[in-house]
Each structure stands twice: as C-alpha cells, then as structure tokens.
Write a protein that binds this ligand. Structure first.
Ligand SMILES: C[S@@+](CC[C@H](N)C(=O)[O-])C[C@H]1O[C@@H](n2cnc3c(N)ncnc32)[C@H](O)[C@@H]1O
Length: 302
C-alpha cells in the first residue's frame, strides 16, 4: 500500500480509499447481449441458484455472489462474461454504433473488444489488436465463445499501426485501454504493487503516449477516442492525454457516467494540464466499491 501514499494529496477521503483498496473485490459479469438478453441471462443464473445484483449504472453488469462466475450455465452458454464492473465503463463511454469501424488498440484478452461487438449488435467491424501474441489466443477464444463475429484480430505494435491492409483510411472510433502499472487492480490482485516503481511508471507512460497518439491519427475527423487505464498514476493518465492534446488535433469532451467519480487532475508534481482534463473521470475503489479506473474521452478535430 505504500506506493499509494503518493496519492494522498489528490484522493478525496484518502482513508476510505486505502480501506477499500485493502478489501477483496467481489466477482462481476457482463451480460453478452449477442447471445442473451439480460432477462435470459439472469434466468439462467437463477436456475443455477446464483444470486446477483444489477449495477445501477448499467443493468448489463451483474455483481455475482459466487466465487466461480465462470462455472455457471450462463457462462458455459456464453450468456455472461467475467468482467470487472469498472472494466465495462470504457466501451460504454466510447458508445459505438452498429455498422461502424472501431479500433481496439490494446484488446487482449478481449473483455472490452467483445463488449464493443455487443454494443454494435455484432454489426460493422471491431479490429481487435494486441502486440502480445501469447494473449491473442485468449482474445480469439473469447470472441468465439461469445459469438462476436464482427471482430477481426490483428497482432501489431499499436504505436506504428498501419491501415494499409484495410479498405478504409480511418476508424470511426478507437479505444486505447492501455498497458499500465495496474495500481487500481490491487483488490483483485494483492501482488499488484509488488514490482511497483516510479521508473516503471515513466517507461509505460512513454508507451501509452505513443499508442494514444496513433489512435487519434487513425480516427476520422469528428470521430471519438477513449483512453483508459486501471491505474491512479497521473503520469499514465492526465499527462498522457495532455501530451496528445499538444501533438494531435483533438479535444477532451464531457461524458455522462452514472457512477460516482472524481474529475481528472489539472496539475500534478509541478506539471499543469489543460483545464478540460477535468472532464475525465477518476473512479476510485471507495466510490462505488469497485476497482480503480481512469477514463478520458477525446473528439478528433480538424
Ligand atoms: C490493460 S490490457 C488490455 C485489456 C483488454 N482491453 C481487455 O479489456 O480485455 C493492455 C494490453 O495492451 C497490450 N499492449 C502492450 N503494449 C502494446 C502495444 N505497444 N501495442 C498494442 N498492444 C500493446 C498488452 O499486451 C495487453 O494485452
């Protein structure tokens, strides 16, 4: 928990934050609407005797009272997919339409890519990319299990991603769910901070900047890019968005999130960020009894 002390000056009710970070996280699933309605999925859970609670902000997210959410009939049938509640936020903020072209730049193992497919009624295209070949097999497996047929998988470094193989020259939307220091996953993974260091944060921040820059370049004017991480470090969040605001044509836009959150920061460690960064969301574990997440929404401008 010691590394988290650096966030004492920025987190509202820091003691409640620390206490929440120490509590194990319950299990959650997302209803896979490609295969089942919420009613059908919850009926399958009830038949299995698994109690659930629907999330207030999204009825497709269910908190389950079971230690093995992957061992229910609903899961075997692909009606549900184990996914942390806050992890379901970025695709909802991206808000893709059926028929659009969407790039998921860092997609494996595919929780959000398959959610994008479902939000698009499995119509249009989700290009689900990841640079890690080992994680691609899990992405393919999840796409098949959940029946996401509009999902195409690529294996490349998103920082210099080429659109040459496609018959179009820009995506309508892009999601960058970036590799990060994973501080916000501490409730699920108590070892999450074991290898924590400021050097690692600095190095991953450079990768994040490169990926987000490419995502803005690869998205059409008027299109939308969502940037998310499961970490608290401002170097990996606001500083990354700030970097891209300075180098690419885009702006930070507001979004409505039915979840309690804090605004993005406008300064950290002597660095000042654009005031529009306040439109980003910092979701802390004590806000909604979830993991931690950062989400920013960008519009590509001329
Ligand atoms: C937070 S995880 C993505 C989780 C995924 N969006 C989901 O919901 O299942 C970050 C991913 O970024 C990938 N990654 C790391 N560096 C990358 C790069 N330069 N280009 C593309 N993907 C990268 C990692 O392999 C990892 O799978």
């Amino acid at each position: 928990m010691e590394p988290l002390e650096r966030y004492r000056p920025i987190v509202d009710d820091f003691e409640a934050f620390l206490a929440a970070c120490r509590r194990p996280l319950g299990n959650a699933v997302r209803v896979n609407t490609i295969k089942a309605s919420v009613e059908r999925a919850t009926a399958a859970l009830e038949a299995d005797g698994v109690a659930y609670d629907q999330a207030d902000w999204n009825p497709q997210v269910l908190r389950l009272e079971t230690d093995s959410p992957g061992s229910t009939w609903a899961s075997f049938h692909g009606f549900t997919h184990g996914q942390e509640e806050v992890s379901a936020v970025p695709p909802v903020v991206l808000d893709p339409e059926p028929g659009e072209r969407v790039w998921d730049a860092c997609a494996a193992p595919g929780g959000k890519a398959t959610q994008l497919s479902a939000l698009m009624d499995d119509e249009g295209t989700v290009v689900a990319n990841d640079s890690n070949l080992g994680r691609i097999s899990a992405l393919r497996f999840n796409a098949e299990r959940l029946g996401a047929t509009n999902l195409a998988v690529t294996n490349a470094d998103a920082r210099n991603y080429s659109l040459n193989a496609f018959e179009f020259d820009a995506f309508d939307r892009a999601l960058v769910d970036a590799p990060c220091s994973c501080e916000g996953t501490i409730r699920k993974n108590p070892d999450a901070l074991e290898d924590w260091s400021e050097d690692h944060i600095a190095s991953v921040s450079g990768i994040q900047k490169g990926i987000l820059r490419r995502a803005v370049q690869a998205t059409r004017e008027g299109g939308t890019v969502v940037y998310s991480t499961c970490t608290f470090a401002p170097e990996e969040n606001e500083a990354v968005v700030q970097h891209v605001l300075e180098s690419e044509d885009c702006r930070v836009v507001e979004f409505d999130l039915g979840l309690e959150h804090a605004p993005g920061l406008t300064k950290w460690d002597g660095e000042e960020f654009d005031e529009t960064l306040e439109r980003a969301a910092r979701i802390y574990p004590h806000h909604n009894d979830t993991g931690g997440f950062f989400v920013a929404k960008l519009e590509v401008t001329a």
